[in-house]
Design a protein around this ligand. Structure first.
Ligand code: ADP
Length: 248
């Protein structure tokens, strides 16, 4: 079992924008190797929560820990990224004029932990990693194709692959299946569930069918706090959650 307790720990976190509490006494624990889905209505604070974890937004109150050693509130955004926290935004941002392979190669070179002088010596090991990642994202057959010709789904997988090049310990993924076909969604479910165990994955997603298909653990955010936590069956039967989603 790869689980060794929490990898991410938020306690009593609050942040206000112009007096409005976007995050209000938020408590959240993500275990090592866990796949967690975060759901909640628009304005619930999902994006702000991700911004806090990556250091883009600094909370007014509370604590945020990565593992047991890293107090994220003492670190800036680039420092937090080097701990192995990768974030995928909704819109894919691959380099369209480069090949699939070159996109992965470039993300490897962008790893600030690899000093330029060491890059050539480490190259062999890194090229093995590109092959591993191509297999994980299922794009081996397209490695020499230009990223610009890929389907929307394939671009999303490539971008996940670019993040995987640096072997993140925690991957934050924002609405991965928006705009995908049914088949692409199934493939994305396989990809994300396959990643869990090797790294922790936190997915913010609106598509409830997709959430149900991938997550054992779901957190419902509402007004900046956790409203419910549990399996999709548990949270979707929760009267408070039903109230929020029916807009009562
Ligand atoms: P979600 O991602 O769940 O839709 P957000 O985290 O984007 O929710 O937003 C939570 C609340 O905080 C919303 O009411 C939003 O308008 C507000 N908010 C988020 N970011 C800012 C900001 N930079 N300035 C002012 N208000 C913000």
């Amino acid at each position: 079992d790869v689980r060794h307790g929490p990898i991410l720990y938020l306690e009593g976190v609050s942040v206000s924008f112009d007096g409005f509490k976007a995050i209000n006494n938020l408590n959240l624990t993500i275990d090592d190797g866990e796949l967690r889905c975060i759901i909640g209505p628009n304005g619930a604070g999902k994006t702000t929560m991700m911004d806090i974890i990556t250091g883009k937004t600094t909370p007014d109150e509370g604590s945020v820990w990565f593992g047991s050693r890293h107090n994220l509130l003492t670190m800036n955004e680039p420092e937090i990224a080097t701990l192995g926290i990768g974030r995928k935004f909704q819109k894919p941002t691959v380099f369209e004029a480069l090949t699939v392979f070159e996109n992965l190669e470039l993300s490897m070179a962008a790893d600030k932990r690899v000093l330029p002088s060491l890059r050539s010596r480490l190259a062999g090991e890194h090229y093995d990693r590109i092959d591993e990642v191509l297999a994980i994202i299922g794009l081996k057959a397209l490695e020499t194709r230009q990223a610009g010709i890929l389907s929307h789904g394939q671009k999303q997988w490539l971008e996940i692959g670019m993040l995987l090049m640096q072997k993140p310990r925690l991957l934050l993924v924002d609405e991965p299946v928006a705009g995908m076909t049914e088949q692409e969604m199934e493939r994305t479910a396989e990809l994300l569930t396959g990643l869990a165990g090797k790294q922790s994955v936190v997915v913010v997603e609106h598509d409830m069918g997709f959430v149900r298909s991938i997550a054992r653990n779901v957190t419902v955010l509402h007004q900046g706090s956790v409203l419910a936590e549990g399996s999709m069956d548990q949270v979707s039967a929760d009267p408070e959650v039903i109230k929020v989603y029916l807009g009562e």
